[in-house]
Write a protein that binds this ligand. Structure first.
Ligand SMILES: CC(C)(COP(=O)(O)OP(=O)(O)OC[C@H]1O[C@@H](n2cnc3c(N)ncnc32)[C@H](O)[C@@H]1OP(=O)(O)O)[C@@H](O)C(=O)NCCC(=O)NCCS
Length: 169
């Protein structure tokens, strides 16, 4: 567990002093996975992950799940994994009461910090209509690569595939 300041996060410092970011490990309480699933589903509906999915993602050697804790509750999460020299972000969600305070931006930065040095690119998919998320990813250095037609269900929608090339590679 680390505070935003310890992680070198400076944005919106007043609020960031009061929150912590935690990477899921084998010692994480089982209840956390249920809370992550509830948060994800409350943010993205049917696309949201189950507790079991967060648990299995974080149990992999190459899986990364980080949550943000503020006001004695979990208010944000990011998950993903890496393989070969690439990483994939699979979920990002922030409680609606805590948005536009820099939490997602800092979760993205922390995900990147946790990647091994040899990772050269990060990929993700996002619903074409999800303006807040596309804006977030662009701000974090991602560019639009291509469209995957009808990638999502409920409702059916195209996905935009986005990529970030890591500077240190
Ligand atoms: C997308 C989401 C994760 C952003 O979380 P957040 O903590 O509010 O984002 P941040 O405060 O870190 O925003 C960082 C930047 O992203 C962009 N951004 C975030 N929300 C935005 C919005 N509603 N409208 C426009 N731009 C937005 C802005 O550039 C913002 O920087 P700024 O505040 O300096 O303008 C959040 O809205 C959410 O959980 N949405 C529902 C779940 C979801 O869609 N997840 C992504 C699935 S692919």
């Amino acid at each position: 567990m680390f505070t935003a300041a310890e992680a070198g996060m400076t944005r919106k410092a007043d609020f960031m002093n009061d929150i912590v970011f935690c990477k899921i490990s084998s010692e994480t309480d089982e209840k956390v996975f249920d809370i992550l699933s509830e948060l994800d589903k409350s943010c993205v509906g049917a696309d949201g992950w189950s507790a079991e999915s967060f648990k299995s993602e974080s149990a992999k050697d190459n899986g990364i799940v980080i949550y943000c804790y503020a006001d004695m509750r979990i208010v944000g999460l990011i998950s993903g994994y890496f393989a070969a020299d690439e990483a994939d972000i699979t979920s990002v969600a922030v409680d609606s009461d805590y948005r536009r305070r820099g939490i997602a931006e800092n979760l993205m930065a922390e995900f990147e910090n946790q990647l091994p040095e040899y990772i050269s690119e990060i990929f993700l998919e996002v619903r074409e209509s999800n303006f807040p998320a596309v804006s977030l990813y662009k701000k974090c250095g991602f560019e639009k690569l291509h469209i995957r037609r009808n990638f999502y269900d409920n409702p059916v929608e195209n996905a935009v595939v986005m990529r970030k090339r890591l500077n240190n590679k």
